[in-house]
Design a protein around this ligand. Structure first.
Ligand code: UDP
Ligand code: UDP
Length: 478
């Protein structure tokens, strides 16, 4: 059965779209949000997830999502076994490679899906493998880019000459006609200094295959990255590259908490949060995958104590563990009752529902590592960000936070490219957080960005118009 939907002036048969995310929560979450957004536009959605997943969290979240959205069809793409030479190194990079090597298995799956597909949305790192297969099947490929538009500028720059970056430069300059301000070299992910690094190699190979895609969907919006979007799209169109399609912020998923969340803990902090005054709590979280060194965790604990500000801290010190950390064990005895005693703050170890937290009226600020999903979520919620990037694209995203007015970015805190020695001290952290939470001007600016986000996705808004344009294009297929 097909449904009809009015995507503007004319009426079209709603497209059937397959979504194929890469590994890791930071990749999965925006796909689930995109699925939710597409269902809101009455599309038919098929989700194809790599199996096995890299983390237990991904399978728990996928299962919970499918229970909440039974209209989404689900298929697993069984990955080929690891080869013996690739068992050490960053587990995310290794998994990205394994998925790329398994993509050829997607062909029979795509051609057997019923009703026939209108388009496939996948990750940049799948472009070079998936592009030719989809072209053969006559299916358009769209990329869902899981970082900022600004980071695409850096990747474009890298792929045009992979040996151009080195750590002795002071900054990265973009072509003058783009009008994009230079980026300090500390914001460049260190792997970009080695053309042979597995991540650099994968990014460059796939960025060069992007002409195989019809468009790059991004979870961003005009109110957050207007200048960058305008500049990049102008030059991409001139160079015959697919456009950047800002369709964010993507809709939140309404799903039950995943089964692995400890219910008592979840209930506890939610009750506590509900009782705090408006804008009084700073929420601290560094994403789902990058552990923070224990010494820095302990200084952050001291800083939160010294700040005098109420806080909710989702602490995490392991990369792929399925065991929550012991809070006391992590923070050390010196950090006493004040921190873990639930009077002025809560420390939660393990997974929290970040969307729900950012949506709480009590939360008035977010200390974030600036994974792009977290930035987009903060922008959508109108919550100011204190940017503390750790690695990867986070340094570039932190500049977006600062330039857009969504938050502040203390540059000397960033680990960047080994430019800081030792942890940032508790005194400095405490002072910065206190000032950040008192900054009413910043809070008002962040709130305006949240309002702009709402306008962007509303009927007639820029993201809504861009997405309906894409759907109309997809629906044109027979
Ligand atoms: N997240 C969450 N609870 C946590 C940690 C993370 O809900 O305890 C979500 C967060 O809302 C975001 C995603 O996981 O959607 C993490 O993606 P992001 O790009 O911010 O960072 P990454 O984990 O990829 O570094
Ligand atoms: N976690 C959880 N419920 C979830 C997702 C994660 O309790 O739905 C826990 C997970 O078991 C781990 C921590 O949260 O202890 C960090 O999540 P992450 O995304 O890193 O998952 P992991 O890589 O640990 O499987």
């Amino acid at each position: 059965m097909t449904t009809s939907h009015d995507y503007g002036a004319e009426s079209f048969t709603a497209p059937h779209i397959a979504l194929f995310p890469n590994a890791g929560m930071g990749h999965l979450m925006p796909y689930l949000r995109l699925a939710t957004t597409l269902l809101g536009h009455r599309c038919r959605v098929t989700l194809i997830t790599p199996s096995p997943t890299l983390t237990a969290a991904e399978s728990a979240v996928t299962a919970s999502f499918l229970l909440s959205y039974p209209e989404v069809s689900h298929h697993e793409l069984r990955l080929i076994p690891d080869d013996d030479n690739t068992t050490s190194g960053n587990p995310y990079f290794l998994r990205f490679g394994r998925i790329a090597r398994s993509i050829y298995l997607i062909r029979p799956l795509l051609s057997s899906v019923s009703p026939p597909l209108s388009a496939v949305v996948s990750d940049l790192l799948a472009a070079s493998q998936a592009g030719p297969i989809l072209a053969d099947l006559g299916l358009p490929l769209y990329i869902l880019w899981t970082s900022s538009a600004k980071f695409t500028a850096l990747v474009d720059n890298l792929s045009s000459d992979p040996s151009r970056f080195n750590s002795s430069l002071s900054q990265v300059d973009f072509p003058a006609d783009l009008g994009i301000p230079p980026l300090p070299i500390e914001s460049v992910p260190p792997p970009f200094f080695s053309p042979d690094h597995i991540l650099t190699h994968m990014l460059v190979t796939n960025a060069r295959a992007l002409h195989l895609a019809k468009g790059i969907l991004i979870n961003t919006f005009e109110g957050l990255e207007h200048e960058t979007l305008k500049a990049l799209n102008h030059s991409r169109i001139e160079n015959g590259m697919p456009p950047l399609l800002a369709i964010g912020p993507l809709e939140l998923c309404r799903m039950e908490p995943p089964k692995t969340t400890t219910p008592a803990q979840a209930g506890d902090f939610k009750r506590w949060l509900d009782c705090q005054p408006a804008d009084s709590v700073v929420y601290v979280c560094f994403g789902s995958k990058d552990p923070i060194e224990v010494a820095q965790i302990q200084e952050l604990g001291k800083g939160l104590m010294m700040s005098g500000v109420r806080f909710l801290w989702a602490v995490k010190s392991r990369e792929l563990s399925d065991k929550a950390d012991g809070v006391r064990e992590l923070l050390g005895d010196s950090i006493g009752e004040d921190l873990v005693g639930r009077r002025r703050g809560m420390v939660v170890s393990g997974w929290v529902d970040q969307d729900e937290i950012l949506g709480s009226p009590a939360v008035g600020g977010f200390v974030s590592h600036c994974g792009w999903n977290s930035v987009a979520e903060a922008a959508a919620a109108g919550v100011p960000v204190l940017a503390w990037p750790q690695n990867g694209d986070q340094g570039v995203n932190a500049h977006v936070v600062e330039e857009s007015g969504l938050g502040i970015f203390p540059k000397n805190w960033a680990i960047g490219n080994g430019h800081r020695n030792g942890p940032v001290k508790g005194e400095e952290i405490g002072e910065k957080i206190r000032d950040f939470m008192k900054n009413e001007g910043l809070r008002a600016r962040a709130r305006r960005i949240g309002e702009a986000a709402e306008v962007a996705v509303g009927v007639g808004g820029s993201s809504h118009a861009t997405l309906t344009g894409v759907l109309r294009e997809m629906a044109r297929r027979p």
